[in-house]
Ligand binder design. Sequence first.
Ligand SMILES: NC(=O)c1ccc[n+]([C@@H]2O[C@H](COP(=O)([O-])OP(=O)(O)OC[C@H]3O[C@@H](n4cnc5c(N)ncnc54)[C@H](O)[C@@H]3O)[C@@H](O)[C@H]2O)c1
Length: 351
Amino acid sequence: MKPFTYISQPSRVVFGAGSVARLPQEVEKLGAKRALVLSTPGRSADVQRIAATLGDRFAGLFDKAVRHVPIEVAEDARRAAKAANADCCVVVGGGSTIGLGKAIALSAGLPVLAVPTTYSGSEMTWTQGFTEGGRKRTQVDPKMLPKTVIYDPELTLGLPAAISAASGMNAIAHCVEALYAKEANPIVSLIAEEGIRALAVSLPVIVRNPRDMEARGEALYGAWLAGTCLNTGIALHHKLCHTLGGTWNLPHAETHAIVLPHAVRYNRDAAPEAMARIARALGGKDAAGGLYDLEVKLGLKMKLSDLGVPEGDLARAAKIALEAPYPNPAPITFEGVLALLKRAHAGVRPD
Ligand SMILES: NC(=O)c1ccc[n+]([C@@H]2O[C@H](COP(=O)([O-])OP(=O)(O)OC[C@H]3O[C@@H](n4cnc5c(N)ncnc54)[C@H](O)[C@@H]3O)[C@@H](O)[C@H]2O)c1
């Protein structure tokens, strides 16, 4: 067995249908008395109802979270936390809202309690992406890891089928890259394979019936596993998605879904063990093709052109992605990445 380093994560996880009812006790357990609650504008009314259960511990709602955490919004949120005299931050939402909570954790030192309502997995990581001057950058600090995470599948019942499918593929991408990341290790590989399996079986059921509680529970469990994989490391696929998402302001999860089969194909010959695990978790023989077929079944957009990326911009995307590449099993070349992006742009099935 190859030598490896494994880091376990010091977070408390409360999982189960209806578990959001435990929010007040969990805030109390953190020793906090004034929670600033964060949400996106669209989820504000629902989140307000959850916040109301905090009673005296509710210090205010900041409902301006938007995707890719623009640095100006993070600064506004930090000011709101200060004005509310908050000693903790409760984030209810997807990766965008959780990312904003992490920004407050870093700048104001507040502990974060996360209640995820998508499958982004951000609640399990100590990394955070933000945008400044049109570029997406990431920062890493253990202070940003949420102290407590409440996974309540009931809160995901209203997540539309299309967002669920894309967000679920974003989670699968975390598992996939953990299998061949530089810091890959046998513990995380077990988690990653199980995460892919759980999501691959539950997402098609959710797309048929978004209110299937059993499938919602299975998908959220898969998303949790996927999130824990993220700290192990990421590779070319995530780099491309960060580049495309940050520079062209693309929807995060949909971009992941489109790029993933092509990034996996790119790494096929350099990471055979990972490919075997991905294929096995999907119940097939071909990792890249299996991911593509799953996405077709989920009715996802399959082309970067569907997201409005002009073909003429692909060379620029490849160039940016190569500026500070993440470690990747297959050597990263401009020509190789450009060819990958062209296939993703056209949405052709990886051979
Ligand atoms: N740092 C990390 O480890 C990490 C990991 C994954 C993603 N991210 C970041 O997270 C962001 C993307 O997160 P996302 O894909 O969860 O998208 P998101 O948080 O932007 O949510 C997508 C949309 O779904 C809505 N929504 C969320 N939950 C809902 C629900 N239950 N019902 C109905 N609507 C709901 C939101 O209001 C939003 O409009 C990106 O900025 C990405 O960089 C970070």
